[in-house]
Design a protein around this ligand. Structure first.
Ligand code: CP3
Length: 331
């Protein structure tokens, strides 16, 4: 889940003094913000503070992310496929070194038992930002590429596969032991198009990562809104390409478990809006989720308790704590 952020007063305090992108690029501050959910709400893994859009900058996109406005890429590709050739190859060691540095700092500061989670956007999701220049609604310009310029669209996806795989490798080298690939707009495609285009591109990232990364790591894929395609995951990610699947809050966890058997660790999936309820109700709903996560023997093997998407900005901190405490104390 997105676990740092605006719901924490301690985050807002740091953010008041700097813009979001500068915060991501300042390893000391990024490390400090990444620690907040560990220190304040007690989660047992730290996700590095960054954004899926950060690697688009060195590819040649201008990027701003402002509160209340969201991400904006003023020189997005739009419907001009000729602009594709302007995109630059990225050497993450050169242009995304601040992410690596923030992870190294974080790893050094945290106790050994708290793993650091690295992440990136999946190619389809990043392509929508590169084309639309903001969070899509109908994703019609991206789909125009997909349907009218399939070769150019594939070329864009392939460029993103390489950047993302290299970026994840950098994060693992710097100390991340888990990497999560966010396909936040998987559900904007029909299941057929998701399976034909987005899923193979995500699988290519994990394949490429296996080739270039020699350190051990766990990989998690989070395809939001792609429940209709879960049957495809075992084949797409054969040979242990991916260890876990993030299950979004709209997907019934028990059915996902049935369809995926024990081949993947499942991470899920309380509705983030459920945290607007009182801490008592949050505890109850969290326990209901945990009961579904038990395996046949009554254990919690192969499961990661989480929200089914990021913490919403206005969420009461007490409810986030109630969620985390319930998970940690549940037998
Ligand atoms: O600790 C953490 O939560 C890790 C940091 C993290 C952020 N973004 C920080 C952030 C992570 C894992 C992300 C991933 C991300 N970013 C995704 C994939 C996950 C998902 O939520 O589906 C996507 C689609 C983005 C793109 C993005 N970044 C959007 C759409 C927005 C605007 C959101 C909003 O509510 O305004 C951002 C900005 C952003 N990324 C914020 C944070 C903490 C808010 C920025 C602020 O402080 O103003």
């Amino acid at each position: 889940m997105r676990q740092a952020g605006r719901y924490l007063p301690e985050y807002r305090e740091i953010r008041a003094k700097t813009d979001f992108i500068s915060l991501c690029k300042n390893p000391k501050l990024a490390c400090q913000v990444s620690r907040q959910p560990v220190d304040i709400v007690g989660v047992d893994a730290a996700i590095i503070f960054s954004d899926i859009l950060i690697p688009l900058e060195p590819m040649g996109f201008k990027l701003t992310i402002e509160e209340g406005i969201g991400p904006r890429l003023p020189n997005a590709l739009g419907d001009n496929i000729k602009t594709l050739s302007n995109l630059r190859a990225v050497d993450p060691d050169q242009s995304l070194d601040f992410v690596g540095e923030a992870i190294s700092l974080l790893k050094a500061e945290l106790p050994d038992e708290i793993p650091v989670i690295g992440f990136a956007g999946a190619p389809w999701t990043l392509a929508t930002y590169a084309i639309e220049g903001k969070t899509g609604k109908t994703f019609e310009t991206s789909k125009k590429w997909l349907f009218c310029e399939p070769e150019a669209f594939q070329e864009l996806l392939n460029k993103l596969v390489e950047v993302v795989a290299q970026h994840l490798a950098l994060q693992i080298r710097s100390g991340a032991s888990v990497v999560q690939l966010f396909d936040s707009w998987a559900g904007a495609l029909t299941p057929t198009d998701f399976q034909r285009v987005a899923l193979p591109a995500a699988a290519k990232v994990f394949k490429r990562l296996k080739e270039i990364c020699k350190e051990p790591y766990y990989g998690i894929y989070f395809p939001k809104g792609a429940y209709a395609s879960v049957n495809e995951f075992p084949t797409s990610f054969e040979n242990q390409l991916v260890d876990g699947i993030g299950i979004d809050w709209g997907t019934p966890l028990d059915q996902a478990r049935k369809k995926l058997s024990n081949r993947f660790c499942l991470q899920g999936n309380l509705d983030p809006a459920q945290l607007f309820a009182s801490p008592e109700v949050v505890r109850e709903k969290t326990k209901e989720m945990l009961e579904i996560m038990r395996d046949k023997d009554g254990n919690f093997r192969n499961a990661i308790a989480n929200l089914g998407h990021g913490v919403l900005p206005k969420t009461p901190v007490a409810s986030v704590k109630a969620f985390v405490e319930t998970v940690k104390s549940y037998g």
